[in-house]
Design a protein around this ligand. Structure first.
Ligand SMILES: [Zn+2]
Length: 396
């Protein structure tokens, strides 16, 4: 058994280190993962997954770093190809991604520090995902309060404060007031944003708060007796702004409304829509009544094919026709090519058996009550009409 050596963690010396040289200590196939290798180096700038944050990506020699995990103080780089132990290699981080994560992470400290200072709530869950960043707090925060926190947090950015890292002795740490997310073994690392936050944390952060760029709190939802706040910092906030601006510009053009009045324009449009729907329903009613009045009084079985009277109005038409003495009334909406919707009613005869036979004859579906059946069917209008009249001939 080889002696395990701790990986030298270069990200603690310099969080801005994007490239480094290292020696390959060991390399082996990853258990259960074909074509994946676990590589240990003497030192690394790759920050492993942990504390709610996903691992850094990048390259080692010619190998791609797909994931990074830490076990027993050793950092394992999961790669797509093996590297020879003893080799000197160059490591390169996906710096844009790492810097973006440091923006989110440092922003989280400021927001959590402000929330803790103002409400006394703890951050009980932090997740830095590939889309956004969420923080769970142990108490309720309103949208209004969140807006105030957001402004305060951005003030901390504008002040361009130095993000300090302290390594206190256990005695010193015992006397310090700081937020701590997890139980820490060994050396405690305290991250200080003067005036805003003091927190035990082992992740890399930006050096000055100005590098965060912007802190945008996009959502707050009730969550497990507290709230879950969604945050976008720096480049993510900018991208979100771009997307929203694009959407707003398009909506604004479509509505011919100023961008700051789009919501009002949509509300008006919705009102117009519901007015129009109401008017259409009223016109359908009228149309159904006029169509019914065209049916001669002496017609005992009525079969109407229409491409204008649909939905609820079909039933209105049928009922209107049945006000006169009839055996039945069938209303069809549609055409031979696409098929028909139907309603068939009678005040004297049970329509359920008729519907069953009709469905069988015209690949239909549907059913209903004795006085009314409805469904869909396929076939030609003339054949359906003939079929209905024939059935009606046997009825009372
Ligand atoms: Zn941190």
């Amino acid at each position: 058994m080889t002696e395990k050596k701790m990986t030298d963690k270069l990200f603690y010396q310099d969080s801005r280190l994007s490239g480094f040289e290292a020696e390959v200590i060991s390399c082996g196939p990853m258990e259960g993962e074909k074509g994946r290798y676990e590589i240990v180096l003497d030192q690394t700038a790759f920050f492993p997954e942990g504390g709610g944050q996903y691992a850094d990506h990048g390259s080692l020699g010619g190998a791609e770093v797909l994931d990074v995990q830490e076990r027993d103080s050793q950092v394992f780089h999961i790669t797509d190809r093996p590297l020879e132990p003893g080799m000197q290699i160059k490591g390169q981080l996906d710096w844009e991604e790492r810097f973006m994560k440091m923006q989110q992470h440092t922003g989280e400290h400021i927001v959590s520090g402000l929330v803790h200072g103002r409400f006394g709530y703890n951050n009980v869950g932090f997740h830095l995902g590939s889309e956004d960043c969420t923080m769970d707090f142990s108490g309720e925060i309103t949208r209004e309060e969140l807006r105030e926190i957001e402004v305060e947090a951005n003030r901390a950015v504008w002040k361009n404060l130095e993000v300090q890292v302290l390594y206190p002795s256990p005695e010193e740490a015992g006397k310090m007031e700081y937020r701590s997310k997890i139980e820490i073994e060994g050396q405690i690392r305290i991250v200080v944003i003067p005036g805003y936050d003091v927190c035990a944390c082992c992740a890399p952060h930006v050096k000055r708060t100005g590098e965060i760029g912007m802190i945008k709190l996009t959502d707050v939802q009730r969550y497990k007796g507290g709230v879950r706040v969604t945050m976008l910092c720096g480049i993510r906030a900018l991208k979100d702004y771009e997307m929203k601006q694009e959407q707003t510009a398009e909506i604004s053009a479509l509505l011919c409304a100023k961008t700051e009045e789009t919501a009002l324009a949509v509300r008006r449009m919705k009102e117009e829509c519901s007015d129009l729907k109401y008017q259409i329903t009223e016109k359908d009613r009228l149309l159904a009544a006029y169509r019914a009045d065209l049916v001669p009084d002496e017609e005992e079985a009525v079969c109407i094919f229409t491409e204008d009277i649909a939905g609820e109005a079909m039933r209105l038409l049928m009922n209107r026709v049945l006000e006169k003495e009839r055996k039945l009334c069938a209303v069809f909406y549609g055409n031979d090519a696409d098929g028909y919707r139907y309603v068939i009613g009678s005040r004297k005869n049970d329509m359920r058996m008729l519907a069953k036979e009709f469905n069988a004859a015209f690949s239909g579906r549907g059913g209903g009550k004795p006085e009314m059946v409805q469904g869909t069917a396929k076939g030609s209008a003339s054949e359906m009409r003939a079929w209905i009249f024939e059935k009606a001939g046997d009825m009372q």
